[in-house]
Ligand binder design. Structure first.
Ligand code: T1G
Length: 690
């Protein structure tokens, strides 16, 4: 056949094997020979049944995303599935690893699906700003029902083999040699004889769909879309499967797919898909890695506890160190409580909770860290305290142990320089809650050894984190850019905007919440302490903190919070305070538009990103996008600040920054040379030409 598709005939059962590493994507060079093989087998009288299987670690993980946006080469997936459904002899998909997107759609073209016990099946296209474009929105509901299909397609989350079996998506689940099981299964079916009903002609309960309940569920899901088009299109397509004849629903799916695949949102989300994978690639990809079997965490507070949970969840035994037994018990108690909450929400089994808690060993003795291969400190953000901790680690840690700091802005070169083994020191900047947030800023200090870096980048993947390697500067990539984004917030308040007006500009843009809502959630006292430590001021926020208004935790911050409420209401006292401070500075309030708010907050964000690239603190513009999409809630439908700059128009950003620079003289508006170049060339590559 071809390198990517082979066929063997096992006593009349033809086994078609797709082999396109690393994830058997349905690239054109797979589709063409696959189509040919299936046509030949359809017409081959010696063949009684057909099994479609994959070589390597997974079944087909989807269409080839790299082909999107290019002219489609025929046969496309729909043509293969349509041809599959014309085959009278039984066809069986043998699913191991993941059957995702076009992979599951190919399997839905078969009469039967059998799965390995550990297989995962799903239609994650919505995560790429798309919807299933190979008939998945019309065929899946015919097997699992409309509401289950709706949930699977709008969430994009895969289901396990057992759940798929219960739902009617797969016909059998096996352990062991799947292809042999599938071949026997197919042979048995063939011997029993047909007719065999293609999924398109099945209607297992679709007709009885309660449309009102369906629409209510769809409306709930649409609420969470926050301006993303794909989730809404997915719901519409599944509804069509219920209300329209098969071919009409299929045509409607196609029309929606063609519209979405050309959209900026899908381009942005596809950009982030590849950007996350690029970010994990270090120069010298064969750098040896150090062995990590046990992890130590110093500090059992909110950050330390979350970090320890992230590693325990990743299967690592963790030694958690605190200065006193009371503090240790408090920390371990918080961890147990967090797991109990997950169990009560049904997102964690009681068994798994027990297993994870068993991973923890509490201690108040540094000597217990001597057996750890990686030690992460999450103690108070003070240089003297950090150096004291690293001094102790230098004395007890075993040779080759990686010593990491979770600081979010202190100089890691200074910390590394304070001990005898700077080559083993780096930053692991987790985001709160560390057991939940995906982003991990890995800070490479000047003397960090390449194998230490490669080890933690690999480790990040093993604990389910999205890693981005950054250099040392104040606030690294995320917090440094956050400061630039926030630098005008106070000025905008003094000049006439209200906290809710600014927050609305952000939520309309697609953020989960605006800067003042975020400040109140995180606690205004954190920023206050940080400013005081650096001799900086923020007249409004400082005054609120002096009044004990730290946000949600004190029931009042920039907003007022009814007892237990997570959403705040505007507080006339705060608006009066802002007017008073403005008057003291002779500032006359004026109307401020949402556009101006975005210009004075997000344009400096992009500009600071450009400076970070110029200083090589980040290796790629796409790394910055990964930081902001995974750590700061930057709307994924805009691809991150540096990708968004392309959508917004870098020349407009330059023109407006120049405007504000001339008007205010503020350094935050001074356009970075790389941003000017981006406006001319359309590329963030420093060597790009117009
Ligand atoms: N197309 C092209 N390349 C892909 C790919 C795909 N579908 N999936 C993965 N890769 C590349 C990836 O970029 C990386 O490359 C390498 O494979 C390993 O991936 C018509 C419209 C399967 C769970 O959304 O979720 O079907 O960096 O590092 O962690 O309806 O890959 O090594 O050069 O992620 O083991 C729908 C996408 C497509 C699934 C494996 N399918 N893939 O995770 O490996 S749209 C998806 C994944 C579609 C149809 C529609 C994961 C994985 P490189 P990796 P992993």
């Amino acid at each position: 056949m071809s390198n990517s598709v082979s066929v063997v005939n096992d006593n009349g059962v033809a086994i078609v094997t797709i082999d396109n590493p690393p994830v058997n994507a349905l690239s054109f060079h797979v589709r063409e020979p696959l189509m040919q093989a299936l046509v030949d087998l359809r017409d081959d009288a010696s063949v009684t049944a057909i099994v479609i299987a994959c070589a390597g670690r997974t079944f087909v993980a989807g269409a080839d995303i790299t082909e999107f946006g290019k002219p489609v080469q025929q046969p496309d997936l729909r043509a293969i599935v349509a041809m599959l459904e014309t085959i009278a002899k039984p066809t069986v998909a043998a699913i191991h690893g993941t059957a995702l997107g076009g992979g599951l759609e190919l399997a839905l073209g078969c009469h039967f699906r059998v799965a390995d016990i550990d297989a995962k099946l799903g239609l994650p296209e919505v995560k790429l700003g798309l919807l299933p474009g190979g008939g998945g929105t019309v065929r899946l509901p015919r097997l699992v029902g409309a509401v289950k299909a709706l949930k699977m397609i709008v969430s994009g989350s895969p289901v396990g083999a057992d759940e798929a079996h219960e739902a009617g998506l797969v016909d059998a689940v096996f352990e062991g040699d799947l292809v042999t099981h599938a071949t026997n299964f197919a042979g048995e079916i063939a011997r029993k004889g047909g007719p065999f009903t293609p999924v398109r002609d099945r209607n297992d309960g679709l007709g009885e769909t309660d449309l009102a309940a369906f629409d209510a569920e769809a409306a709930e899901l649409a609420k969470k879309a926050r301006g993303l088009e794909a989730p809404v299109a997915c719901a519409q397509a599944v509804r069509n499967a219920v209300t329209l004849p098969f071919d009409e629903a299929l045509a409607a799916e196609r029309a929606l797919f063609v519209k979405l695949v050309a959209s900026d949102q899908s381009r942005a989300q596809r950009h982030l898909f590849f950007a996350e994978r690029e970010a994990a690639k270090l120069p010298g990809k064969d750098t040896p890695k150090r062995r990590i079997t046990r992890v130590g965490v110093i500090g059992a507070g909110t950050m330390g506890g979350g970090i320890a949970m992230a590693f325990a969840n990743g299967g690592f035994p963790v030694t958690l160190l605190e200065t006193s037994v009371e503090a240790l018990q408090r920390g371990l108690g918080m961890i147990e409580k967090n797991y109990a909450v997950s169990v009560s929400r049904g997102s964690l089994a009681e068994d798994a909770k027990r297993q994870r808690l068993a991973q923890f060993k509490g201690s108040t003795d540094y000597a217990d860290l001597a057996e750890c291969d990686l030690i992460i400190e999450a103690v108070f953000e003070d240089m003297a305290v950090k150096k004291e901790v690293f001094g102790k680690l230098d004395a007890i840690a075993k040779p080759g142990a990686i010593l990491a700091t979770n600081t979010s802005y202190l100089d890691i070169n200074e910390i590394a320089g304070s001990i005898s083994r700077p080559q083993d020191v780096l930053g692991l900047h987790f985001f709160s809650p560390a057991n939940v947030m995906k982003l991990l800023e890995i800070v490479r200090a000047d003397k960090t050894a390449p194998d230490a870096l490669a080890t933690v980048v690999d480790l990040a993947r093993r604990i389910g984190k999205v890693a981005v390697v950054v250099g040392v500067c104040h606030g690294f990539v995320g917090n440094r850019m956050l400061a630039a984004r926030g630098s005008e917030s106070e000025a905008l308040l003094l000049e006439g905007a209200t906290p809710s007006q600014i927050d609305k500009a952000f939520t309309d843009f697609g953020w989960p919440m605006g800067p003042f809502q975020m400040g109140d959630l995180a606690g205004l006292d954190i920023g206050w302490r940080n400013r005081k430590a650096r001799g900086l001021t923020a007249v409004i926020a400082d005054t609120l903190c002096e009044q004990g208004r730290f946000g949600q935790k004190t029931g009042r911050g920039f907003y007022l919070y009814e007892a237990g409420a997570r959403a705040g209401v505007p507080d006339p006292e705060v608006e009066a305070l802002i007017r008073e401070k403005a008057a003291e500075r002779g500032i006359v309030p004026r109307a401020i538009s949402a556009d101006e708010i975005i210009e004075r907050t997000l344009y400096p964000l992009v500009n600071e990103g450009a400076k970070i690239l110029e200083e090589k603190i980040a290796a790629r513009a796409s790394d910055i996008d990964v930081v902001w999409a995974n750590g700061y809630g930057f709307p994924i439908g805009k691809g991150g600040p540096m990708f968004w700059a392309g959508l917004e128009g870098a020349s407009r950003i330059v023109e407006r920054l120049d405007h504000w620079h001339q008007r205010t003289g503020k350094q935050v508006f001074e356009v970075a040379p790389l941003l000017r170049q981006m406006a001319e060339t359309g590329s963030w590559e420093s060597d790009a030409t117009a």
